[in-house]
Design a protein around this ligand. Structure first.
Ligand code: ADP
Ligand code: ZN
Ligand code: ZN
Length: 740
């Protein structure tokens, strides 16, 4: 039995971010384990506060008499499995956050949400006693009604019984006290409602079976490996995942399947349900806290064996984890945008290591980072280069928009795309039009002087809305539209209309007979509308689906034979090193939507830069050629994965102070004299001012990430001892996905 417990204090204060030793009183020896929430006396006044046990030991570094005792166990808080605490400790090191922040991340639902229960009522004694009671209490009509109903029906739910007997709970209480009925409560879990798809009888093809065999033979020998399945769209990856899941479940283990949030509520989940039924559960952000809590409880009790969910599902408290699958592993949504800025891929890898589980990553367009690791042998690369059945990859045409304009076509739809659309419509086939916009389109600019109207608080372009008002998407600032340029007075000021709504209007005009659906932030705001649009399109209630990134993720529409990418450049010119990678992924996925059924597909990519390698390799659907060029670029420029990169975001209300402090910080970093460390900035961030807070960013690069962590530690220290002014807020982000 351990005598001492290491406890972290549940207060979000930097200064308390360490482990404190407490004595375990004899009566708590059995129940104090890592992960258990406890009450402890704290500080001079021995204030009673909450903490989490993170470790146990027989000895203690302090004098016996100075170590305080744990008061008791906190009820009403979910105890965390010991290994999740270990995981939190690792996250603290890796992402440079506090233990408390890490703990809050690994325990997604912290406080117990009241369970929903139903009360079942049944008769307690044999019929004779009941009959006697009825005879003796003839005037108590309500009680008699209750007893008669129960005699007839056996057990009934409380609400139903009250309704049938037209009485109140008081009657039941009297009967209960008289010992005639028993009340039993039963927990009802709030189960997410998801339709179940019929189980298909699928025999894996040779390529799929080879991958599954590789996995199975290792798994059954107890070898846990990390895998990357690089399979083109529609190559049957999901079927392979399910085969792997079966292996893991047969071994009595549990598994987590991460899927991008956006692909969660539709086809994929139904397939898992169809195959594994009630052993599968789902988590997603639209669920209530109660629903999520219930899922966690069921996971912990072992009532489910597979949890499907987005990023945060990686923390599902399974005690016997055998595998984590990350589908579409290249997706940006796997990285957290709030501190700790963890990447689910990295956390999953760590968790698998800790539990002796296998990690399976899958994608048609693996992230450069993952593919690089696979090429170094850190992951076992498994390939599915062909689509299922006879369905072939689409024939892709790249259209040069510069030429289009020169030849007098000012429409957002090129002549090639228009012809192909007409062809598809004539044949009663479906079309998807994709606008890969990121950030802010619909902005107002002056054609004479180039001035762009921006939000005075946030330094981002204002967006023109239908009510003729311009709004800031960050802070909500609005102003009426202008007729003349505020800089030069020119009347040639207007919007660059590249929103999905604008596209819809053009398409309506050019193809008045076509039935059109649009999917973007505006049309999917309401709960369930996303699914409704996809379902409607799947049922062929529309000919054309127009949308943003949302429409290209993982949906199978066999009747779509044509995909049009309206302006590939929109994602190509975001100001960060991952722009090409992201564009390649988006284009490949968009193109992959076409021709998933029996009819071969076509795709048209419109762009002002047809010669760009991201466009070229996406058009030829050649991942390897893209990878070779991209990794060469990363190597040349020392970008991840060839070098570690750390963004340091500095924020303050006072711009002048921010500027001088940022320079000082840079100097202090340079004074560390770390060989080969590269420091750029400080520069104003892409969004240089947000809600009246100024933002500067410093980027650090080094081949060895450990050297970058040294800098982070130095800065953390400087923050703690206020060497850096406390008006300055410092945030770190390793390998940031976007420019700050
Ligand atoms: P991916 O996940 O790679 O996009 P899926 O697993 O979704 O591919 O497979 C694409 C389609 O092919 C699905 O409709 C799936 O049911 C079907 N499919 C997959 N494997 C087979 C197979 N071996 N035989 C027949 N159909 C298959
Ligand atoms: Zn102007
Ligand atoms: Zn603003």
């Amino acid at each position: 039995m351990a005598n001492y417990a290491g406890v972290i204090v549940d207060i979000s204060l930097e200064k308390l971010d360490r482990v404190f030793d407490y004595k375990i009183p004899a009566h708590l020896e059995e129940v104090v384990h890592p992960g258990v929430p406890v009450w402890i006396p704290f500080g001079m006044g021995n204030r009673r506060i909450k903490g989490f046990v993170v470790s146990l030991s027989d000895t203690c570094d302090y004098e016996e008499c100075r170590v305080k005792e744990i008061i008791g166990i906190c009820e009403g808080v979910i105890p965390v499995e010991g290994h999740l605490i270990e995981l939190a400790a690792w996250m603290r090191e890796k992402y440079g956050c506090t233990m408390n922040q890490a703990m809050k991340t690994v325990i997604p639902v912290k406080n117990k949400v009241k369970e929903q229960t139903k009360v079942l009522i049944s008769l307690n004694t044999d019929k004779k006693i009941v009959e006697n009671y009825i005879n003796d209490n003839k005037r108590c009509k309500a009680r008699i009604r209750v007893l008669q109903i129960l005699t007839l029906k056996g057990t009934l739910e409380k609400e139903k019984l009250l309704e049938k007997a037209a009485t109140t709970a008081a009657t039941l209480k009297e009967l209960q006290e008289a010992g005639l009925i028993i009340l039993q409560s039963e927990t009802i879990y709030r189960l997410p409602k998801i339709a179940r798809e019929e189980k298909k009888n699928i025999t894996l093809n040779k390529e799929q079976q080879t991958i599954l065999d590789t996995f199975q033979s290792a798994y059954t020998q107890g070898i846990c490996e990390n895998y990357l399945i690089h399979g083109v769209t529609g190559s049957g990856k999901t079927e392979v995942y399910m085969g792997m899941l079966e292996t893991v479940l047969k071994a009595g283990k549990q598994a987590i399947v991460l899927i991008p949030e956006i692909a969660l509520t539709f086809q994929t989940v139904m397939r898992f349900y169809g195959r594994f039924g009630e052993r599968v559960s789902v988590m997603h952000s639209k669920m209530s806290a109660g629903e999520r809590y219930d899922q966690m409880e069921r996971a912990k009790k072992g009532e489910i064996s597979v949890m499907i969910g987005p990023r945060s599902a990686v923390f599902t408290p399974f005690s016997n984890l055998g595998m984590i699958i990350i589908d579409e592993e290249h997706e940006g949504s796997y990285k957290s945008e709030t501190t700790p800025k963890y990447h689910a891929r990295e956390v999953a890898k760590k968790r698998c290591e800790m539990s002796g589980a296998s990690l399976v990553l899958g994608s048609a367009t693996p992230s450069i980072e993952t593919y690089f690791k696979a090429s170094c042998g850190e992951l076992k690369l498994l390939k599915l280069p062909n689509r299922i059945g006879d369905s072939r990859l689409a024939a892709v045409q790249v259209v040069d928009l510069r030429k289009e304009l020169k030849e007098g076509n000012r429409s957002v739809i090129s002549r090639t795309l228009r012809t192909q659309m007409q062809n598809a419509l004539d044949k009663n086939q479906q079309i998807m039009l994709f606008l890969n916009r990121r950030g802010h389109t619909g902005f107002i600019s002056c054609r004479s002087c180039g001035h762009v109207l921006k939000c005075p608080h946030c330094d981002v372009s204002l967006t023109l809305h239908r009510d003729n008002k311009m709004r800031c998407h960050y802070c909500g600032y609005e102003q009426p539209n202008v007729k003349n340029c505020p800089e030069c007075g020119s009347p040639y000021i207007g919007g660059f209309r590249a929103g999905t709504q604008a596209i819809e209007e053009v398409v309506k005009k050019e193809f008045p007979q076509a039935r059109i659906l649009r999917m973007d932030m505006d049309t999917t705001r309401k709960k369930g509308s996303y699914e409704a649009i996809l379902e409607s399109f799947a049922k062929k209630e529309a000919d054309i689906l127009i949308g943003t990134q949302m429409i290209v993720k993982g949906h199978d529409f066999p009747d779509v034979t044509l995909v049009g990418v309206l302006l590939a450049d929109l994602s190509l010119h975001t100001s960060d090193y991952m722009a090409a990678e992201r564009t390649f992924q988006l284009l490949t996925q968009a193109v992959g939507r076409a021709g998933r059924g029996k009819v071969p597909g076509n795709a048209v990519i419109q762009t002002y830069q047809p010669e760009h390698y991201a466009v070229q390799s996406a058009a030829s659907q050649n991942y390897e050629s893209f990878y070779e060029l991209e990794i060469a670029y990363r190597d040349l420029m020392s970008y991840p994965p060839m070098s570690g990169m750390l963004a340091m975001l500095l924020q303050a209300e006072d711009e002048a102070l921010l500027e001088t402090e940022a320079e000082k910080i840079k100097t202090s970093i340079l004074e560390m004299e770390i060989p080969l460390l590269r420091v750029t900035g400080p520069t104003p961030a892409v969004i240089s001012k947000l809600s009246d807070i100024y933002r500067r960013v410093i980027y650090l690069k080094h081949e060895d990430t450990k050297e970058l962590y040294k800098v982070r530690e130095m800065i953390d220290e400087a923050v703690k001892c206020e060497k850096i002014r406390k008006e300055i807020r410092v945030e770190f982000d390793e390998n940031p996905l976007y420019a700050y």
